[in-house]
Design a protein around this ligand. Structure first.
Ligand code: C5P
Length: 483
């Protein structure tokens, strides 16, 4: 079987391989193996121009299908008896969908073998700074940057001293000096070493440099009869700390709040087959429901007929007419926040035909219209179950701010989100929106009216911004408990 020397390949092929392997977070040799495999299976990527990987500092954690985004860790295993726990750590990280690439210091190889580490990580193991295979494509730089976090476990006193002083005379210390990723250290050493003034200085320096430490714990040492602070944290503790750094908890400012939202148009029947409708797509209301849900709220969305899928984790009540919408809104109370984004038809047909209306020589039958209930005004004026924060929308085609201000007073709501829906704006049915938030200063009933104009944004961004304002306003305010 012929062997291939990557160094002897054409410059442009080498560049292609370097970039592609960096993008896919593989070594160059592994990338070549994958390309050959794909060629054989007939699934090759064309050797056409490709986009270079983004700058290391901007590299996002790759999103894969599955419950959690996959993340990558470079795990540096230092030379100490606790190195055996790092084998369990690899397993614990992998079960959290974290890819692990391992580096073993020279001393670590006295405690665990590269073979065992490679078998558990399913990756090749890196041991030498001057390894011609990996250094051909600047291995220590790739190991330092093609990950989302560097974990050092066990972090020996020597490794910490090197790191605190910026040494780079082996692969592990070179990676730690070359990285711009967060570093998590799990120190493990004899209690006297941990308490030594030099180690204390190094620990203080590393903390100042932004390095995160987990442990050490106190307990018995491997050395007979010795105990104290110096035992490496358990693998599960280190994996949990790593995961917290990789996937910080998402803030949920609306946790415990119930949010009621209306969205979409209403259909007002003329007869069993015809109706009066408007051009509302429901996109803005649905985006608000999704943003409120993501902020931790319990969300009830009452929607008119729309062509959108139900947002995940939201209770959706589908209705047709304004009267059905009001019924569902009333049934959903009490709520902490109510946001009325629906484009409710102002009128309905009074004499709805039971059968399809027929053409006749007498011409078109007269359509008698009656006013629909105003859901926003009805809920705003409730005395018992009025949500503490009621928000209306004002879709206008002229005198936007003036109309919205008078709507705020007339409807009795707390805020109005006003937007210009003139056909030229493309807001109706489109993906972007330019809104103005109209409220009373300090949320006082007779307070001066404030207008906060936001730049043009996607409807999702408007939703996130609105939910952030809501969260700021309602913190601490709660609805009356349900009777
Ligand atoms: O009066 P106008 O329809 O412009 O008011 C818009 C605001 O009032 C929106 O928040 C809309 O959801 C709400 N509205 C309502 N019931 C109606 C009419 C409008 O809730 N019948």
């Amino acid at each position: 079987m012929a062997s291939l020397t990557i160094r002897k390949l054409d410059e442009n092929v080498k560049t292609f391989l370097r970039l592609r392997s960096a993008r896919n977070r593989r070594s160059v040799e592994e990338e070549v193996r994958v390309i050959l495999g794909e060629l054989i299976e007939g699934r090759e990527e064309p050797l056409t121009p490709f986009t270079a990987p983004p700058a290391a500092s901007a590299t996002p954690i790759p999103q894969r299908t599955g419950a959690l985004p996959e993340a990558g860790v470079t795990l540096i295993i230092g030379g100490g008896i606790a190195a055996y726990k790092s084998l369990d750590l690899i397993r614990r990280l992998k079960e959290r969908r974290i890819e692990v690439r391992c580096v073993l210091t020279k001393a670590a190889q006295q405690f665990v073998t590269p073979l065992a580490v490679s078998a558990l990580s399913h990756e090749r193991v890196y041991t030498d700074l001057f390894d011609p295979q990996s250094e051909f494509d600047a291995g220590h730089i790739r190991l330092a940057r093609e990950c989302d976090l560097i974990v050092v476990a066990p972090a020996t006193a020597d490794l910490m001293a090197k790191m605190a002083n910026g040494h780079a005379d082996d692969l592990a210390s070179a990676i730690l000096l070359a990285t711009n990723r967060k570093v998590l250290l799990a120190p493990a050493m004899n209690p006297l070493m941990w308490n030594n003034a030099a180690t204390r200085r190094n620990v203080a320096q590393l903390k100042r440099d932004g390095v995160v430490l987990i442990g050490p714990n106190s307990g018995e040492m491997a050395e007979a009869g010795e105990a104290g602070i110096g035992r490496m944290s358990e693998a599960i503790e280190i994996a949990t700390a790593a995961e917290r750094l990789l996937r910080p908890p998402v803030p949920r400012p609306l946790a415990g709040k119930r949010v009621l939202i209306t969205a979409g148009p209403t259909h007002e029947p003329i007869d069993p087959v015809r109706y009066i409708a408007n051009r509302s797509s429901g996109k803005q209301g649905f985006a608000i429901a999704a943003a409120a849900q993501a902020a931790g709220a319990e969300v009830i969305l009452v929607s008119g007929p729309v062509d959108l899928g139900d947002p995940r984790g939201v209770t959706v009540k589908h209705v047709e007419s304004a009267r059905q919408m009001l019924e569902q809104v009333q049934a959903a109370l009490p709520a902490d926040i109510a946001i009325f984004a629906a484009a409710v038809a102002d009128w309905r047909v009074a004499n709805e035909g039971e059968q399809k209306l027929k053409k006749s020589s007498a011409g078109m039958p007269p359509l008698q219209l009656v006013e629909n209930p105003d859901i926003l005004a009805t809920i705003s004026k409730l005395t018992d179950k009025r949500p503490p924060l009621v928000i209306g929308f004002a879709a206008e085609t002229e005198h936007l701010i003036d109309n919205a201000k008078s709507k705020l007073a007339r409807k009795g709501c707390d805020w109005i989100v006003a937007n210009d829906v003139s056909p030229a704006t493309g807001v109706m049915g489109g993906d972007r929106n330019t809104v103005h938030l109209i409220s009373r200063k300090n949320d006082e009933k007779d307070g001066e009216i404030a207008v906060d104009s936001w730049p043009a944004m996607t409807k999702e961004q408007v939703a996130i911004e609105l939910v952030a304002h809501v969260a700021k306003s309602v913190t601490g305010k709660s609805r009356e408990p349900a009777s």
